[in-house]
Design a binder for this molecule. Sequence first.
Ligand code: SAH
Length: 304
Amino acid sequence: MDLTQRPPYTSIDFKALAKKDASFKQAWQKCSGHLDFHDPVTVQTLSTAILAVDFGLSLSLPPDRLCPPIPNRWNYISWLQSLLDSTSPHYTTGYDPSRKVIGLDIGTGASAIYTMLCLKSRPGWTMCATDVDAKSFSSAARNLALNSLMTRTKLLQTMPDSPLIPLSALGVERLDFTICNPPFFIDVADMRASLGGESKTLKPNAVCTGAEVEMVCPGGDLGFVTRIVNESLVLREKVGWYSSLLGKLSSAKSIIEMLKQHGITNWAVGVIDTGSATKRWVVAWSFGDLRPSNVRPSLDWNFS
Ligand code: SAH
């Protein structure tokens, strides 16, 4: 499979997946074609099958840590790859196999999902990955080892108040990009309200198996990404593209406003829409002057 140009997901063909993955086939037959996205085992079977069939990756997760929905995670990476490809310092337009790229996955989680997808789809890339949670950190290491990706990754366990982009602790001079799926919620009540659907119109369509450290941080997604913005104001061109997923459109808008206030004019925003009920937003910004073009469809240029 050529993963270097793999397009984003718009839907999943469950029938075709069941033909290629025995465990998923069992789950698919048992539910007579109506998958229960509130059942953690079903969700994990689905993610494991997509990773195996579409990416040739294995996944091992503790039961009490987040099981990543793969289409959502891949679509962010696909978007970021288009952004990087269209802003290459060598002025190439598409994927350039000879370009050496180094990225940082902030809060890699138990799955190390972004790191694994980046490394698997781009052979010339290397990754750094951090996490504050000991259990997720050791599980991330296990997944990287399981997929023989450890030699291309620098893993660093950080502390909650460590820099989110710890260049010197990682021993790197500069990075081409950062990628991040921050904890979305400001506290447990905020998380319950969102996931329980008490105050939101949109309910997530899949069960959330995340632990509190994965879901909650001071200021929620906006607080976490504000920290990245503040670090970027100091690091500037030491990172080519800073980026993060945001759980709420309002948070994405606030980040764009913040970038404008700091005089940062080179930014891009995208919608991560995998065809399910849950939409996410991704924002990237740069202190360099190479502006993105031809970014794949999930990029919404008319964002306002
Ligand atoms: N990247 C994974 C996990 C996202 S959950 C995925 O997309 O599925 C958010 C992750 O950020 C958790 O693993 C949590 O432990 C980690 N995290 C929380 N605060 C952090 C911090 N200050 N620095 C680094 N990671 C942090």
